[in-house]
Design a protein around this ligand. Structure first.
Ligand SMILES: [Zn+2]
Length: 328
């Protein structure tokens, strides 16, 4: 357990919880992370509970490591970001990185994305579409979601330094995975891709395996983060930090997205919740909070079953591949 200083809505303690199944000094590790984006943790958490009930077969030199809610504050408060409004999947930068600036197009969109007032019906969808026509939809999506360090109350804020939760997690990884020589890491998210579907995304420069090898391992096509219109490349992701944190390790990394609704619907929910958090009363009993929960963890039982099935299925496939042969 890695405690964080932030408190929950009932003043409760919050922590990143880690379950380690298998050898303490495992050489092959299957690492599953949920809740980098707070409110997205519900689906990942449910998949992890299912895996605790029925874990894959783990060899004597292997371990399955479940990291529950890397952003426990966001999970408890129904926020994508942490206690400092930081999007943790834009925060895993080296200390020497430039923690400043924003894409030029984001700067032009700031007033539309981040109005300093409580949420209202202000025609956001239409106004965004007009801007998309002017700037190009792909360029706009990329500029919004890339990550920015200029507007601390804005969406997709990457922070001014590595956040306490990620710092603890990075220290923990480097301390605990010293005997690992092969790691398959999965970072589970929601909100991108077709409703109830699983999209697997790889970022360039992380994987020791080729895309074809990874696709064979997980028996599903992989998508480069810049290759599809609905996705985007980001700066400061957890995946990009792993080779730096685990040098010399044979590393595989896949980001799994379980789709919910349209990108506009998700962005609208993020925007309303962000306004409510900073300029409203921020409590949980508000439509903006219900909207973001529905946008990132839909109440539909069919969606929830699909999310758990996709989440655990990917772990079984990764386990089959990582643990498939006796290690020498
Ligand atoms: Zn996410």
């Amino acid at each position: 357990m890695l405690p964080v200083a932030a408190r929950g809505p009932g003043d409760e303690d919050l922590s990143i919880d880690i379950a380690w199944l298998g050898a303490r000094d495992a050489r092959r590790i299957l690492l599953h992370v949920s809740g980098v984006h707070g409110v997205e943790a519900y689906a990942g958490s449910a998949a992890q509970l299912s895996l605790l009930n029925t874990p894959p077969a783990i060899p004597p030199d292997g371990a399955l490591v479940l990291v529950h809610a890397l952003n426990p504050y966001g999970m408890a408060w129904l926020r994508r970001t942490n206690e400092h409004n930081v999007d943790l999947n834009r925060n895993f930068l080296p200390d020497t990185a430039t923690w400043a600036g924003a894409p030029p197009l984001y700067r032009r969109l700031d007033r539309l994305l981040n109005p300093p007032s409580p949420p209202t019906r202000d025609g956001f969808g239409l106004r965004l579409a007009m801007r998309g026509l002017r700037h190009g939809f792909h360029a706009m999506r990329q500029a919004i979601a890339h990550g920015q360090h200029r507007y601390p109350r804005g969406l997709f804020y990457g922070g001014a330094e590595l956040q306490p939760g990620p710092r603890q997690f990075c220290d923990w990884l480097q301390r605990r995975l010293t005997s690992a020589d092969s790691v398959f890491a999965i970072d589970m998210h929601t909100g991108l891709g077709p409703h109830g579907g699983s999209t697997l995304i790889v970022e360039p420069g992380i994987n020791a395996a080729t895309t074809a090898e990874l696709e064979a391992a997980v028996a599903q096509a992989l998508i480069g983060s810049a290759a599809i219109p609905a996705a985007y490349s980001v700066r400061g992701s957890l995946g990009a930090a792993l080779p730096r944190l685990l040098p010399g390790v044979d590393l595989k990394f896949v980001l799994q997205e379980i789709g919910t609704g349209s990108s506009l619907h998700v962005l609208q929910a993020l925007r309303d919740e962000n306004r409510w958090h900073h300029y409203g009363e921020a409590h949980l009993d508000h439509p903006a909070k219900r909207q973001i929960r529905e946008a990132l963890c839909p109440a539909s039982p069919a969606w929830r079953s699909a999310a758990v099935a996709h989440g655990s299925d990917l772990v079984y496939r990764a386990a089959d591949w990582l643990f498939r042969k006796k290690y020498t």
